[in-house]
Write a protein that binds this ligand. Structure first.
Ligand code: CA
Length: 249
């Protein structure tokens, strides 16, 4: 029996002063034990029992930035509705940088690697001690605090991108890009000279749930070239690598 209603474990002393942690775990006993252990350390813990409820909590938290946002997610892998790996993947695809600590009954190297590959920050195998869990959470929160630095400006030849402002200058002039074009260019500029297949670009820019074919990528590349290149028929920035895909630079 699980509930999709989030349960907040409040301890008066900790409100306003500490980090908020979302615990996503379908096993009631583990969920409550974790939440209480975190509360005992002075954190504010919110607990939900399935993947959908977790995503709802995080979406709400994103939209009222400042108050009620979460600073960390403790995420079980095997969950009803949407599993932990998919949640991770989705959050990262949406650009949500929240630290994620994965919990799993599985302990194989493959699961660990997979968890980290889809964007989790740390991984704990069941059974674990609450001391260990709290220590990992504390370490992730500390790391998060240290890494809050402004996003860098991306520059390549005549193109300058300000990711946080969603602005791009080409030869000193501002150009209007659609959100997909922007994401595509941001990815390219973050990894200059890397060759991307159409499937990789679809996965990274459109997301794993996109239904459609790789022609979509070609169409967006053509639009992007028209906005960036001096001569779109002889591109200097976005180069076609025959048989493989595209490369920036
Ligand atoms: Ca589970």
């Amino acid at each position: 029996m699980y509930t999709s209603e989030p349960v907040q474990y409040t301890s008066k002393a900790s409100i306003n002063t500490t980090n908020r942690i979302l615990v996503v775990e379908d096993e009631e006993l583990i969920r409550e034990t974790i939440a209480l252990a975190l509360e005992g350390e002075g954190y504010v813990a919110m607990a939900v029992a399935d993947g959908r409820a977790a995503l709802e909590c995080l979406a709400n938290s994103e939209s009222n930035s400042g108050e009620n946002t979460f600073d960390l997610v403790v995420l079980d892998l095997m969950l009803p509705q949407i599993n932990g790996l998919d949640i991770c993947r989705l959050l990262r695809y949406q650009g949500n940088p929240i630290p994620i600590l994965i919990l799993s009954a599985k302990g194989s190297e493959t699961d660990r690697v997979l968890g980290l590959e889809v964007g989790a920050d740390d991984y704990l195998t069941k059974p674990f001690s609450m001391r260990e869990l709290v220590a990992r959470c504390r370490a992730l929160l500390r790391r998060q605090r240290l890494s809050v630095t402004p996003e860098p400006i991306l520059e390549y030849k005549d193109i300058t991108m300000y990711p946080q402002e969603c602005r791009v200058l080409v030869r000193g002039e501002e150009v209007n890009l659609s959100p997909k074009e922007f994401r595509l260019l941001e990815l390219f500029m973050s990894y200059t000279r890397r060759v991307w297949s159409r499937e990789q670009l679809l996965d990274r820019v459109w997301g794993p749930d996109f239904v459609g074919d790789s022609k979509t990528v070609d169409v967006h590349i053509r639009w992007l070239r028209e906005k960036l290149e001096q001569d779109p028929s002889r591109p200097e920035y976005i180069v076609t690598i025959r048989g493989f895909g595209y490369r920036f630079g």
